[in-house]
Design a protein around this ligand. Structure first.
Ligand code: FE
Ligand code: FE
Ligand code: FE
Length: 164
């Protein structure tokens, strides 16, 4: 007899654990990115998003509760790699005028990862009929999108300041 067939609910729970782990890693990385940033605006953006991330983790805990499961993370090699790359940029470009450009790009890679995960989770929560979970996930998704947009603006402002 083959192992019990996995369901969409299993996939949803696994991905929820994945993003829960990712958010916890991001919560630790954001203060380091804030500290490394040259620009005051970029530092403030990271500090604000760190606070938002705490709220996002709480929302994920509510989703675990809806499922009747304990809030637990699973290692996500993707976010580990993205954060590791960011660390490398911060070290290698510490004294460089391109430092903020590198940090911005690393931060946007994080946001884009989160956006893909929350996009899938939201769709699956809808398919599973978990209406309250859809709302919670959507709030996280919107915060990630807003953060990504702000980072794009800061990256463009950086380029324009340099050109002036
Ligand atoms: Fe997040
Ligand atoms: Fe992952
Ligand atoms: Fe984020």
């Amino acid at each position: 007899m083959a192992a019990k067939e996995k369901t969409l609910e299993d996939l949803f729970l696994h991905t929820l654990k994945d993003v829960y782990y990712a958010e916890k890693q991001i919560l630790k990385a954001l203060p380091k990115m804030a500290k490394a940033a040259e620009s005051e605006e970029l530092r403030l953006a990271f500090e604000k998003h760190r606070d938002e991330t705490e709220g996002q983790i709480e929302r994920l805990e509510q989703v675990f509760q809806i499922l009747g499961k304990a809030a637990r993370g699973v290692q996500c090699e993707a976010i580990n790699g993205i954060i590791e790359e960011g660390k490398e940029v911060m070290e290698d470009f510490a004294e460089s005028p391109a430092l903020d450009a590198g940090i911005l790009a690393a931060a946007q890679a994080v946001e884009h990862y989160e956006i893909t995960r929350y996009g899938s989770l939201k769709t699956w929560a809808g398919e599973l009929g978990l209406r309250d979970a859809v709302k919670l996930i959507e709030q996280n998704l919107e915060e990630e999108k807003k953060t990504d947009l702000l980072l794009t603006k800061l990256a463009e402002a950086r380029v324009n300041t340099k050109a002036a």
